[in-house]
Each structure stands twice: as structure tokens, then as C-alpha cells.
Design a protein around this ligand. Structure first.
Ligand code: CU
Length: 194
């Protein structure tokens, strides 16, 4: 294959990956008061935990089977970690939303999130600048004393990276949120339509 074609492929696969991320994190209608799961620990109450349905595998877009970690394209072999192999990484993501309320007299911080349904979990914040929506990882999220923080489309969300299974409407799965003061709280996340 020509270098030019390889480059086009790389760009195209990058665009596809970006589309998936945007689809998972994109803004939409938030319904913060609907029936998602809730749980509490100490002064922290988490309510309305929900996520959108997502298919864990994308038919027709999987890597060709063969030697693990590499991809043979005619006379070109792509070791894993090469820009092309990375561009073809189709980790399926989904974003989880909820509201955290702090009934205590001291501020708390959400430090991490974990879920068995995904390979890894990240906390992200979406921002809109000059009409372009983007997101960045955040290491912790402040929950002020007597206040609340909304994780919703267009702001904070917990990103499930590398879904292990399909998330269908009506499914539930556990998400464990760990706070600096209050410790861990396990909330049941409801999968529901957009
Ligand atoms: Cu995200």
C-alpha cells in the first residue's frame, strides 16, 4: 500500500475514534432528577446515577485476528504502540452522570471512581470554548460543605474506558466513588435512553 493511503487510513481511524469519544461525552438533555441509583456514606449522598446505552463491540471495526499486538497489512507490519495501531484502538467509552450532595460542615473531594464493567475509569470535565466541545481529565472534584456538584452532560462525568460488555436500557451496574473524607460509596448506575 502506498504511504499516502496509509496516512489517509490513519487520519480516518483517528476521526472515527474521536467520533466515539464525542458520542460518549457529548452534551445532550440532562435529566438529573430521574430514577437513577442513589447511595450515601457519611455526609455524602449520591443520587440519580445514570448512563446511556452502549455497545461494547463494534461489528466490522475490530482489529484483524492474528498475531496479538501487531497488525499485518500486506508488506507493512504495525507493531502495537505505533501511531497507526494507536489510531485504530477502538476502546468503547461511556459517560456516567450523577449528583453529589455534601450534607456535612466540611468540604470533601471525590478522588476516584471504579466500575467492573470497564477496563478503566477516568474523571473528566467537558468544556465548551469557541463552539468546540472538549474534555480534560480531572484528578479530583471538590464538593463544598453543604453544597452539591452535578455530573451531567456538558460538565463533569465519569468516563468508562474499554467497556467489557454491552450496556442495554434497564441494565444496572455498580460504580464505586471514593471521597477523601467520607470514603467509598457504591452506587447503582441505571442505563437509560438519551
Ligand atoms: Cu469524557
Amino acid at each position: 500500500m502506498s504511504l499516502r493511503f496509509a496516512r489517509t487510513l490513519l487520519v480516518a481511524s483517528g476521526i472515527i475514534a474521536i467520533i466515539f469519544i464525542v458520542a460518549a461525552c457529548g452534551s445532550g438533555d440532562a435529566s438529573p432528577t430521574a430514577s437513577g441509583g442513589s447511595a450515601s456514606t457519611g455526609d455524602i449522598v449520591v443520587t440519580g446515577a445514570w448512563t446511556r446505552p452502549m455497545t461494547a463491540s463494534m461489528p466490522g471495526m475490530s482489529m484483524p485476528s492474528g498475531s496479538p499486538g501487531s497488525m499485518d497489512m500486506g508488506h507493512m507490519t504495525m507493531p502495537s504502540g505505533s501511531p497507526m495501531a494507536m489510531g485504530m484502538d477502538m476502546s468503547v467509552t461511556d459517560a456516567v452522570y450523577f449528583t453529589i450532595k455534601n450534607n456535612g460542615k466540611t468540604a470533601d473531594q471525590l478522588l476516584s471512581a471504579a466500575a467492573d464493567v470497564a477496563g478503566s475509569t477516568e474523571m473528566h470535565q467537558s468544556t465548551l470554548a469557541n463552539g468546540i466541545s472538549s474534555m480534560k481529565p480531572v484528578s479530583e472534584v471538590d464538593v463544598p460543605a453543604g453544597g452539591s456538584v452535578s455530573f451531567d452532560p456538558g460538565n463533569y462525568h465519569v468516563m468508562l474506558v474499554g467497556l467489557h460488555r454491552d450496556l442495554n436500557v434497564g441494565d444496572r451496574f455498580d460504580l464505586t466513588l471514593t471521597f477523601k473524607q467520607a470514603g467509598a460509596v457504591k452506587v447503582s448506575v441505571e442505563v437509560r435512553p438519551n
